[in-house]
Design a protein around this ligand. Sequence first.
Ligand code: HEC
Length: 218
Amino acid sequence: MGAGAMANSEEKPGAETDVEAIHRPLLRELGEPEDGREPPPWWLWVIVAIALFWGGYYLGRYGGLFAPVPHLAFAPRTTQPDIELTAQTVEVSGPDLYQQYCASCHQADGTGVAGVFPPIVGAEWVIGDPGVLIRIVLHGMHGPVEVAGNRYEGLMPAWQNQLSDAQVAAILTHIRQLGENDAPPVESSEVAAVREQEADRQEPWTADELRALPEGDQ
Ligand code: HEC
């Protein structure tokens, strides 16, 4: 019995070596690649990477901070919410207020979105007479207008019920200094005067109406 067990255990290592030797060529050879399962070419990865990068950039640039407010521009006028002045809207910091109320359409850097939201930087009305600018922000504007060589026909919401005189003045002072813009600040007393003068105005302005404003009101 003991001898038999010995013989067996001696045979096994020999047998294993044999099997390995027989299979070695098989293990050495790689399988034939199947048709259609080759790895994709390098340029496909490049295109995918560029597409992902571009997608992220596009969302960041034109996503409007995922805020609902850009959609106001396309909503019928009647559905525009009439938000009353609240405690939350009393803070006065031009850059913060611009970010909160204007940047979703006109973009944080004020370059707008060509053909949809006009630019703030390099726009003649922004650096021009404050009277027109105050009116645009208080009552909004709609209809065709050409800004910096592009045509726009959208709706700029009215802010007279959301923003105080001091807040409008802070925003306007900020945008008149934004980027390459370099125009003097706007005082809240100027905003108050225009608000008073146009107290009955509910409709948004058209570009023609703004241009037709008498000198001195502009
Ligand atoms: C819902 C998107 C939207 C928001 C928010 C918005 N605007 Fe506008 N704005 C527009 C559109 C659209 C126009 C062009 C209207 C037209 O076609 O007549 C415009 C026009 C203007 C103009 C005149 C054109 C130009 O670029 O010179 C100024 C100035 C302006 N907006 C300033 C502001 C300020 C300041 C705020 C923040 C208080 C603001 N906008 C918030 C959409 C918006």
